[in-house]
Design a protein around this ligand. Structure first.
Ligand code: HEM
Length: 445
């Protein structure tokens, strides 16, 4: 079942506390550096410009009624976030948006730029990671006899093994290439702020100081974890944001007003967002929280009791598995007034937005502020306790950047206001499709 040799390595699939702790330490140190955060914002700016160029070309090549461009937002935002997480992890430009744009074009020549044997192809790699996750479920459920001897299951198992090999090879190549670059030109790499370069630099200095360090397999597992956890989570949240603000025009307007106040109009067509701008987008932050309360992309999680414990007045033996229903907690009337109403003001007016700025090194997160007076775990978008999501700051940065860039420029509406939100819940609650229309908010843009 352990196709990648990841069990006991990295974070997500690691139940060995000692190695998990070391991996977590390296990941948090790497993604908490100011350079990493600035780079993530800079990359969002660049990628949005690319996305906007694609949209403009589509608008020019298709006749659009009233200047509104209709699109399947699911496809674009998935690819935007795929390219975003790819470049943040590897420093290498992904090709998912370009590959998708090319499907609208008769001239597909740009696709040939991506040679799998030489460079990393985000459009192929990220779906492979998702296939790996679905494969884990399959391997968990299907009996080994069926996998070995029954043709249908055997074929599926072989596909999964091939997929696992492809992921390992891609990540190994990436690490090897970067280490070689590092050996040839150490100074150059010190100025790089992608996750892989920072991890290698931090690991090299741990080795030379003879403190605990990572193996290449650990680095591979950490990269895999971030590919796995960092893209679909943020893109699904952004779908749901679009859905809810379109259905609540007064909230959309309040969001536009905030964005306009942080980015007053200037002659330039493109924004250049910084961390200071993002810190001012308190209403946008409240929208992200309220959307995630209504529709948490990670709806459940699990914990295993390491020792006998008491929960809800009952005594439970060690190794009891507890399923934590985050989606239900978010709808509990004990903690939330009118929980079915979409109301970002419940976070905004209380000005209680400290959760995402807490000390990222504090794994127990005991200092987490309560969202309101009732219970600090009544909002568990990013989980809680020792396995709290380490990527929450990066997630907030990418989502806020996207919101500012998109809504400074574009108004948005749903193609079908009456259509229910189509979702599928597995590990994540995935949106299955969302047709929207966009139009520049100002004629000059
Ligand atoms: C909107 C975006 C995101 C959401 C909603 C989200 C949510 C979560 C949740 C609920 C958990 C499980 C916590 C628990 O069991 O209590 C988790 C774990 C994790 N997340 Fe995120 N996440 C997001 C983005 C990211 C990003 C961008 C990264 C990249 C660094 C990331 C990396 C991880 C990792 C490595 C874990 C596993 C932690 C462990 O097992 O100890 N996540 N995330």
């Amino acid at each position: 079942m352990d196709l990648l040799g990841n069990f006991g390595r990295g974070m997500v699939l690691n139940n060995n506390y000692e190695t998990w702790k070391i991996n977590k330490y390296f990941l948090l140190q790497s993604i908490s550096t100011p350079g990493f955060n600035e780079e993530a914002i800079k990359r969002s700016n660049e990628l949005f410009e690319e996305l906007d160029d694609h949209w403009n070309s589509l608008k020019n090549s298709h006749s659009c009624n009233d200047n509104w461009l209709e699109m399947d937002f699911l496809q674009w935002i998935n690819r935007f976030m795929t390219d975003n997480i790819s470049i943040v992890i590897t420093g290498e430009k992904g090709c998912s948006m370009t590959a998708y744009y090319n499907t609208f074009n008769s001239d597909k020549s740009e696709s040939s730029l991506f040679d799998d044997s030489k460079s990393y192809n985000s459009d192929k790699f990220t779906p492979a990671v998702m296939m790996y996750v679905r494969g884990l479920m399959f391997l968990n459920i299907v009996h080994p006899f069926l996998r070995r001897y029954v043709p249908y299951f055997k074929k599926k198992t072989n596909n999964l093994l091939e997929n696992g090999d492809y992921i390992i090879k891609t990540l190994n190549n990436m690490i090897e290439r970067r280490k070689l670059e590092f050996a040839n030109s150490p100074q150059k790499l010190k100025s790089k702020h992608d996750l892989l370069s920072i991890l290698i630099t931090a690991n090299n200095s741990a080795k030379s100081n003879k403190t605990e360090s990572l193996t290449d397999e650990d680095i591979r597992a950490l990269l895999f974890d971030v590919f796995l956890a960092g893209s679909d989570t943020s893109s699904n949240t952004l779908f749901y944001i679009i859905y809810y603000i379109c259905r609540n025009p007064h909230i959309k307007q309040k969001m536009f007003d905030e964005i306009d106040s942080v980015f007053p109009d200037n002659s330039s067509n493109s924004l250049c967002i910084t961390a200071d701008h993002l810190a001012k987008l308190k209403y946008c932050e409240a929208i992200i929280k309220e959307t995630s309360r209504m529709m948490p992309v990670v709806p459940v999680s699990k914990r295993v009791a390491s020792a006998k414990c008491e929960v809800a007045g009952y005594t439970w033996p060690a190794k009891t598995v507890f399923h934590l229903n985050y989606a239900c907690i978010h709808m509990n009337e004990k903690y939330w007034d009118n929980p079915t109403i979409f109301d970002p003001d419940r976070f905004y007016l209380q000005n209680n937005l400290g959760e995402f700025n807490d000390d990222l090194n504090n794994s127990n997160n005991e200092n987490k502020k309560s969202i309101h007076d009732k219970d600090k775990y009544s909002l568990v978008i990013f989980g809680g306790g020792i396995r709290l999501c380490p990527g929450r700051k990066l997630a907030m940065t990418s989502m806020l950047s996207f919101m500012a860039l998109m809504f400074k420029k574009y108004d948005v509406k749903l193609v079908d206001m009456g259509a229910p939100l189509k979702v599928h819940t597995g590990f994540l609650t995935n949106c299955l499709g969302l047709r929207i229309k966009i139009k520049p908010r100002k004629p000059s843009l």
